[in-house]
Design a binder for this molecule. Structure first.
Ligand code: SF4
Length: 511
């Protein structure tokens, strides 16, 4: 009888629950570096991070006295089957994956490859709210709103509270945190890392495989941290140099400034290199010691204790059927310029894609108000766009992207997550960025050759879905604005929209 523990590649935490269920002398640990994952064409920087972080974690485990095997294989199934036989593993403990399809895939592999070990799922401890706790909170509520979930989280984990009241007397500082960027806005320098011997070896391996798999994105320079020590340095750098300024410009977008005051910790926390409560409590304590403006401190706590946990909770609460949602009947394929990470001709889109190509990263407003806004307006099919996001973003996992893209970005769930679609014209992008200054399109124009595609498609989107949104409490005003447009001009707008070959959403049947 021997116990094996399989550590999945986003569970790289010495305190994760499956490791916590055994002492080092009582189990053998395995991790798998599977080339099969390359067939999904992940961004090369994401693949370097995942493999390098995993190899670093193997070394960390060995230092802690664990016996560890790293299997370099084509796929997981056969490699794990051989490993179980070689070491007579009779029980295989795995911490419950955050992504639903992973558990299903593991169960299929167990059957298909006739694993000798019995699978034993250990509850995931990488989130503050378990799926069951979230379900209990959701109860029979008709509408699940992040704001109320977040307030409950503040109380439950005693974060920024004074007794039962929010610190400073307010829960929400969003209004203070939406400033347009002034000319020359520059954020603090982020902390980056030079690849060490492990990362260099991974890059070397991928360079050999690149010709086979042709992964998207730039291999060089690779500057992400790849272990817990580096992740803690990123957190420390954020607290020292970015936390105080986090709030005001968190919705701003500036060319040549891809990170501004953003935390840059999401890749690490999503791999298990940082723990959510330690991050939240450290930011709270140090922010209060440093007398950081409450709007900034609350803004970042909201992202972690609010949005991150809410996204995970909803993903499991909504269940597997959620992926079938397509309320707006969007059918357009992912445009070639997204696949190629550039070449759209739109200043905003090409800037964000260029940054994404270089690092696998774009901040949350670039994702929401440029990329998924484009997907919403152009009617891109929800699961195709979700798959694109999952492959290209360094911090992307299924649990993050299903609700963020399908729900928040594309409103494909018909409002289960967000009360209204985040549809915005070029005017919003002009207000919140400097992208339009060098773009060949005019954000104020809605028809003709130099009309901004966002502006054209925004009105075309409203026209396509006017019936659905005419009585919607938060969309009716926009439909009334649409109906004030002269019919001749509306025809010109729709003709311009029809000229965008990459935006062919199909006609909705809804009424
Ligand atoms: Fe983007 Fe339109 Fe501005 Fe060009 S004009 S950068 S396409 S919003």
């Amino acid at each position: 009888m021997a116990v094996g523990i399989w550590v999945l590649n986003d569970q790289l935490d010495l305190l994760q629950a499956a490791l916590g269920s055994c002492r080092p002398k009582d189990a053998r640990v395995v991790l798998v570096e599977a080339e099969a994952t390359l067939r999904q064409k992940p961004h090369v920087q994401k693949q370097i991070l995942f493999w390098s972080a995993q190899r670093h974690f193997v070394e960390e485990l060995r230092l802690q006295g664990w016996t560890v095997d790293l299997l370099e294989a084509d796929g997981h199934g056969e490699a794990l089957s051989t490993w179980q036989k070689d070491y007579n593993i009779t029980e295989l403990r795995v911490m419950e994956p955050a992504d639903r399809p992973i558990r299903q895939a593991i169960e299929r592999l167990s059957t298909k490859f006739g694993w000798t070990a019995e699978l034993n799922w250990i509850a995931n401890n990488h989130f503050l709210w378990s799926a069951a706790e979230f379900r209990e909170w959701a109860g029979s509520k008709k509408q699940l709103r992040m704001e109320f979930f977040y307030r409950e989280g503040r109380r439950r984990f005693d974060v920024l509270m004074e007794g039962d009241e929010p610190l400073g007397g307010r829960w929400n500082f969003d209004q203070e945190n939406r400033k347009s960027p002034p000319r020359g806005l520059k954020g603090p320098e982020p902390i980056w890392f030079v690849p060490d011997r492990i990362t260099t070896a991974v890059i070397g391996k991928l360079e050999k495989l690149q010709s086979l798999h042709d992964l998207p994105g730039n291999r060089h320079p690779f500057n992400w941290g790849t272990n817990r020590d580096a992740a803690l340095q990123v957190l420390e750098n954020f607290i020292k140099t970015r936390l105080a300024g986090f709030g005001p410009y968190q919705d701003a977008m500036v060319s040549e400034q891809p990170t501004l005051w953003h935390t840059l910790i999401s890749p690490y926390i999503n791999l298990g290199l940082l723990r959510p409560l330690e991050v939240i409590k450290t930011i709270e304590r140090r922010g209060l010691e440093q007398d950081v403006p409450l709007a900034s401190l609350e803004g970042v706590i909201r992202q972690l204790l609010g949005w991150r946990e809410f996204t995970y909770g909803l993903y499991h609460h909504f269940g597997a059927d959620y992926t079938a949602n397509n309320a707006l009947e969007a059918r357009a394929p992912v445009p070639q310029f997204l696949q190629e990470l550039g070449g759209s001709g739109m200043g905003c889109v090409d800037t964000v894609l260029g940054e994404l190509k270089a690092s696998g990263y774009a901040h949350h407003i670039q994702r929401l108000m440029v990329l998924t806004n484009l997907g919403l307006l152009a009617g891109i099919e929800p699961q195709s766009l979700t798959a694109w996001f999952k492959a290209h973003f360094i911090d992307a996992h299924d649990w993050v992207m299903q609700t963020n893209v399908v729900g928040m970005g594309l409103w494909a769930d018909g409002g289960r997550l967000g009360s209204k679609p985040y549809a915005a014209s070029g005017r919003y992008i002009k207000k919140m960025s400097n992208y339009c200054k060098t773009c060949r399109f005019d954000p104020t124009k809605r028809s003709g050759d130099d009309a901004c595609p966002f502006t054209v498609l925004y009105w075309d989107f409203l026209a396509r879905h006017a019936e659905r949104f005419r009585t919607h409490p938060r969309m009716a005003l926009m439909i009334r604005q649409l109906e004030r447009i002269d019919p001749g001009e509306l025809q010109a707008i729709r003709a311009t929209a029809a000229g965008f070959e990459w935006a062919k959403p199909g006609q909705p049947q809804c009424s």
